[in-house]
Design a protein around this ligand. Structure first.
Ligand code: SF4
Length: 224
């Protein structure tokens, strides 16, 4: 497992659970707004999995969950084994993912407790955001597979609103898709572009009227 970093504590990354976050290296997608571009490439292993396990053993009874984030955790060949080992220590398992890597996603679905699933845009236009042709078909397939586990696991569906590459019509399409699949809530995340000088550029979210339109279709939470 190629681990870039471990965050020892978070209340934000797994709803209502005190969690540690494992950031894995590598991502097959190239989202223009990527918040962790340093994790797109696989570099030298910086933290061994044994170190992570030792840390987690010291937090049994103090932390409730462990979230795999990245990069794209599904890229790790030994993800299932790592999750199982951590679950056997008594932690809930969370996963932040784009769902891109269908087989790996199916492998871990039975043991994951919570998923933060990123829908990038309407599935037919995925390449616009991810830079990878065919990524929308795979993400959609993974999303529909995840719904087969909806009685067993919890999930959150979120979209980062990169207004340079996503239109209001596309947001409407996603909203309708979610509604058709009986999803009750959708999170719209504000897109923050970080440049080298660390001057953040914050893209605006849909305006009030647009949000009102979208809320006629599905319940929306805005995360800035
Ligand atoms: S899927 Fe996530 S980690 Fe990968 S390029 Fe997109 S934003 Fe970055």
């Amino acid at each position: 497992m190629k681990i870039a970093a471990i965050q020892h504590f978070s209340m934000l990354d797994y709803p209502e659970k005190m969690s540690a976050i494992i950031f894995t290296q590598g991502c097959p997608l190239r989202c223009a707004y990527c918040h962790n571009p340093d994790l797109q490439q696989i570099k030298q292993e910086t933290i061994s999995f044994d170190e992570v396990i030792n840390f987690l053993k010291s937090r049994i009874g103090l932390l409730e969950g462990v979230v795999f984030s990245g990069g794209e955790p599904l890229l790790q060949p030994d993800l299932y084994k790592a999750m199982l080992q951590i679950k056997n220590l008594g932690f809930y398992i969370g996963l932040h993912t784009s769902g891109y890597l269908y087989k790996k996603f199916c492998e871990v679905l039975p043991i994951v407790d919570w998923i933060g699933f990123d829908i990038k845009t309407s599935f037919k236009n995925y390449e616009q955001i991810t830079g990878v042709s065919g990524s929308g078909n795979i993400a959609e397939k993974s999303f529909l597979k995840m719904l087969e586990y909806r009685d067993k696991l919890k999930f959150e569906i979120r979209t980062t609103v990169d207004t340079r590459n996503i239109t209001f019509n596309e947001l409407q399409e996603i909203a309708h898709f979610l509604e058709r699949n009986s999803i009750r809530e959708w999170i719209l995340q504000q897109c923050i572009l970080r440049n080298k000088n660390k001057d953040d550029v914050i893209l605006s979210l849909p305006n009030e009227n647009e949000l009102k339109e979208l809320r006629r279709i599905i319940n929306i939470k805005v995360r800035s």
